[in-house]
Write a protein that binds this ligand. Structure first.
Ligand SMILES: [Zn+2]
Length: 93
C-alpha cells in the first residue's frame, strides 16, 4: 500500500510537535513556560490525543504528589507536637 506523501509529511510534523511538547510538558504544567510556548503546547494538547493523555497523567501524578506532600507535613507536625508534649511531661528524658 502506497502512503500519500502529504500524509507522511503530516505525520512527521506531528511527531516533531509531540517531541517539542514532551520536552516542555513538565515546565508547561508547572506554569514555567512563556505565553507563546504555553499557547502552542495548549493547542497541541487539544489536537493530539496522545499528548493530551500524557499531560493528564502528569497532572494526576503531580496532584497525588501534592496531596502526599501535604499529608507528610501534617504527619510530621503531629509527630513534632507529640514529641514536644512527651518532652514537657518527662523533662530530662
Ligand atoms: Zn502530540
Amino acid at each position: 500500500m502506497k502512503v500519500p506523501t502529504s500524509m507522511r509529511t503530516r505525520v512527521r510534523a506531528d511527531r516533531a510537535g509531540c517531541m517539542a511538547v514532551a520536552r516542555v510538558l513538565q515546565a508547561y504544567l508547572d506554569g514555567e513556560v512563556d505565553a507563546d510556548t504555553a499557547s502552542k503546547v495548549g493547542t497541541h494538547l487539544e489536537d493530539c490525543r496522545r499528548c493530551g493523555m500524557k499531560a493528564g497523567t502528569y497532572r494526576a501524578i503531580k496532584a497525588s504528589l501534592a496531596r502526599r506532600d501535604t499529608m507528610d507535613q501534617l504527619t510530621r507536625r503531629r509527630l513534632e507536637d507529640f514529641a514536644s508534649r512527651v518532652a514537657e511531661q518527662y523533662p530530662g528524658a
